[in-house]
Design a binder for this molecule. Structure first.
Ligand SMILES: *Cc1c(COP(=O)(O)O)cnc(C)c1O
Length: 348
């Protein structure tokens, strides 16, 4: 097998994206120190949001680079990881021709972004244990497959995919392999960010929406080779991450210990919740989880869901998802919230 260093990323990029000239903003053209800024038609009075944000979020990226052990040039920041998912598909998949390959079940946004961009979707069913079924891959993908999305830990199943199988996909596939690690902080697995040097076709997604507690800010992280990142930067909206989000995420990164405390507490609560759920009559199976939610198979998911909503408790009904018959997805909450849930389920 050829080494991965032979992959020329440019051969994977859509031709129009490769040759286009990107928008050049005022803040792109002048980056130095100055006192008088009359270049961007801004209101001069401090609101204090009268100025445009840094288009490339240099400060946030430098903090993040140090934390993750990568170079700032290997980071793209977007309006949620959803922006990175959309841009990857738009940069690499030719509409009405190319395909992405996803597992079934998995996070819904890969298919939505593919559909919006008229990109074909190829699916491989996970095993009954929700792991990758590598034997099914050869039948699922073909010459039009440009990106494989692997979500690990996976949503809505909650488990990590086998690391060995992911590595086999990385070794054998010559398009992009995107590993969505939105829930990696809740698992005991190493991130694939550390493998970027080995695999030029690897892209890793993480987010401030889950462990970091900042879903409302909308900030997603994408780690890849400098070459891939520069393509995403070329096609993104010029000011895709606003000033407030940059300020508050920087503050969060400077206080990363807070995230670690939340994760510890959530993992404690997760163990308690798993024990309590296993003791309930209506619960048939509690699936193993490496994330901040638990997939639970109950006797009648629709009835349980309705009963809980009547009691003002909202969980996610995943019973119509492949391999998730009669399954509910339950996010780990505060101790009080989890107790309220268990109390209600005991009375069912
Ligand atoms: C929640 C989640 C995300 C986060 O998306 P954002 O746009 O960053 O909020 C990404 N991937 C998966 C699998 C998720 O479950």
């Amino acid at each position: 097998m050829k080494g991965k260093s032979f992959i020329d990323i440019r051969t994977l990029v859509r031709k129009n994206i490769l040759t286009m000239k990107p928008y050049s903003s005022a803040r792109d053209e002048f980056k130095g120190e100055a006192e008088v800024f009359l270049d961007a038609n801004e209101n001069p009075y401090p609101t204090p949001y009268n100025r445009y944000p840094d288009p490339l979020q240099k400060e946030v990226k430098e903090k993040l680079a140090a934390l993750k052990g990568v170079d700032a040039s290997q980071i793209f920041l977007g309006n949620g990881s959803d922006e990175a998912i959309d841009l990857l598909i738009r940069a690499f998949c030719e509409p009405n021709h190319d395909s992405i390959l996803i597992t079934e079940p998995t996070y819904g946004m890969y298919a939505v972004c593919a559909d919006v961009n008229a990109v074909n979707i190829q699916q491989v069913l996970l095993t009954p244990e929700f792991d990758l079924d590598l034997d099914a891959f050869p039948n699922a993908f073909d010459a039009t497959t440009k990106i494989i999305f692997l979500c690990s830990p996976n949503n809505p199943t909650g488990n990590l995919l086998s690391r060995d199988k992911i590595i086999e996909v990385l070794n054998r596939f010559y398009g992009l392999v995107v590993i969505d690690e939105a829930y990696i902080d809740f698992s005991n697995s190493r991130s694939f960010v550390q493998e970027l040097k080995k695999y030029p076709n690897l892209v890793v997604l993480q987010t401030f929406s889950k462990a970091w507690g900042l879903a409302g800010l909308r900030l997603g992280m994408c780690f890849a080779s400098e070459e891939i990142i520069s393509i995403l930067n070329k096609i993104k909206y010029p000011y895709n991450v606003n000033i407030r989000t940059q300020e508050l995420s920087l503050e969060a990164l400077e206080n990363a210990y807070k995230k670690d405390i939340w994760v510890d507490e959530i993992l404690n609560q997760r163990d308690k919740l798993i024990k309590a759920l296993k003791g309930l009559k209506i619960v048939d199976k509690v699936y193993p989880t490496d994330s901040n939610f638990i997939l639970v198979r109950v006797q009648d998911a629709n009835a349980t869901y309705r009963y809980l909503t009547d009691n003002k408790i909202i969980v996610r009904d995943r019973s119509r998802v492949s391999l998730c018959y009669n399954c509910l997805r339950i996010t780990v909450g505060t101790p009080e919230e989890n107790e309220t849930l268990i109390k209600a389920l005991k009375q069912l």
